[in-house]
Design a binder for this molecule. Sequence first.
Ligand SMILES: Nc1ncnc2c1ncn2[C@@H]1O[C@H](COP(=O)(O)OP(=O)(O)OP(=O)(O)O)[C@@H](O)[C@H]1O
Length: 233
Amino acid sequence: MALLELGGVTSGYGAMQILWGIDLDVGAGETVLLLGANSAGKTTLLRTIIGLLPCWSGSIAFEGEALQTLPPDQRIRRGIAFMSELGVFPTLSIEENIRLGGYFLSDAQVRKRGALLFDLFPDLAKKRRDLAASLSGGQRKMLGIAKVLVSEPKLLLMDEPSSGLAPVFVKQVIEVLKTTIGHGTSLLIAEQNVAFLALADRGFLIDGGRVKLSGTRAELEASDAVREAYFGL
Ligand SMILES: Nc1ncnc2c1ncn2[C@@H]1O[C@H](COP(=O)(O)OP(=O)(O)OP(=O)(O)O)[C@@H](O)[C@H]1O
């Protein structure tokens, strides 16, 4: 059984339909890339999965349970976390951001998991009392990742971790994500940057709110559609 399974999901804003019957699945421990150009519908899909947008029709199952009518907090409690493009609160300190990520946990749990994360991200540990606004773009994304990992989600939905970052920081974020993989958290990463394919077990290419192609990393790397659109070949 897949950890997350979407069947024929449609959604949109007001009367405007954006998603047109999305089928997608993420297995336990898997890293899946949701690849698509600007306006393909990636953010809309992640927001529909976490419940910030209504699912008009179709099904969203998590560990076999239908989620599509539950409010976002109920989905979060079941183990789904969402990292938006912004990711962190700049006017709060690094420690405070991490505390917020553990909103549903006891103080003792937040302290324990916070300490583990600071081991994993030593750059953040050094600056733990500084404001998030003082961090570089790459470090901010790192904090965004640490913040959502505090709750030890089963599934982490990430919206464009590369957005607004210079290529050198994109590499840094990819390196940080590699340390995340293998700790039991499944990742669904929405990106227009094809470099993230290197992290993925599988991927889905979406365009115009529809899945155009899906397959393993190797299949996507070899696909003419992906090569033409993203590698400029
Ligand atoms: N709040 C909104 N109200 C109306 N339409 C919206 C809203 N947000 C997004 N859209 C439209 O939905 C479509 C899909 O946008 P979406 O943000 O899901 O794309 P995306 O693949 O995440 O791209 P991006 O890289 O730009 O974030 C676009 O045509 C966009 O204009």
